[in-house]
Write a protein that binds this ligand. Sequence first.
Ligand SMILES: Nc1ncnc2c1ncn2[C@@H]1O[C@H](COP(=O)(O)OP(=O)(O)O)[C@@H](O)[C@H]1O
Ligand SMILES: [Mg+2]
Length: 341
Amino acid sequence: MNLELTERVIEVSNLKTYFYLDIGIVKAVDGVDFSVDRGKTLGIIGESGCGKSVTVHTIMRLIQSPPGKIVDGSIKLYRLKNNELEIVEITKLDPKGKEMRDIRGKEIGMVFQEPMTAFSPMYTIGDQIIEAILTHENIDKKEARERAIEFLRRVGIPRPERTIDTYPFQLSGGMRQRAMIAMALSCYPRLLIADEPTTAVDVTVQAQILDLLQELQEDMKLAIIFITHNLAVVSEIADDIAVMYLGKIVEFGKKEEIFSHPLHPYTVALFRSIPKVEGKLERLVPIYGNVPSSYQIPEGCSFHPRCENAIRGICNVTSPDLIDVGNGHKVRCLIYQKVEV
Ligand SMILES: Nc1ncnc2c1ncn2[C@@H]1O[C@H](COP(=O)(O)OP(=O)(O)O)[C@@H](O)[C@H]1O
Ligand SMILES: [Mg+2]
């Protein structure tokens, strides 16, 4: 067996997810490619509305259809079944079918910004984690409870044998977040998808959650797709970074490479918009303009109306490809592309 292939966990190619609305077609995800290997973290960054959540909801097959539709592309999930490598094409599965239900929770765990979307307020967190384990594993309730307690302990929840019987509202935001991570990992998934998991918590809790995720990642050799619009967070957790703008990856590369040599004018603008502490003054340069609606994507390079370097007659006409400029650093900008004018 090819070792390189067994390290692979997920491979997304030319993925397109559109929403067909009365006002027009929203091209929320429009030709996205990436892959994630075991033990690695892909950070996806970009402003609100750029298609980050739709990308991962498509992987989980949680896109409501209609109006949503996977229009093109593939999502290959690499999994081990009886120690044999098996590749599942997720786009071909029935979103409500048994196979997809097995993948959700068992192969892929997911944590969200708001733990209350993962937990029902009506049941104890223990009931819900145990239920998740019993859905996927052939073990009895007592073993499932033991495993739930063990995971609550692993995520740093104090007195897990008691906390397991509390209701979500009885926990602090940070503890709920930890409980959600425990639930997402309780069936030993190979892939964890985290969609802005630290956006709603304060900076101290955020740092604790990031440390915890990194620790669990190492223990479990988890592949992680981590979505955030917080660059400090992505700089801590990511190996690779994909910068998304209006449904497309506009820059991709190793974290160090992206932070030391950002190439796309959008990435440069994003980095400039982080508050920098200079003496006692915080400097914040907002990116010019707003993200346009995804149903009215500008012609040519979709970033050109906001781009300082846009060249009239070229950038508003020609749509750039994602070009590899070396070392796997890719950028979708005509400045880096040989254009025949
Ligand atoms: N159910 C939906 N129906 C119509 N449009 C949607 C739906 N979900 C998301 N979109 C649109 O898809 C685009 C990408 O959204 P999203 O992936 O949530 O952005 P992000 O997570 O990067 O903030 C946005 O323009 C959003 O309005
Ligand atoms: Mg989102």
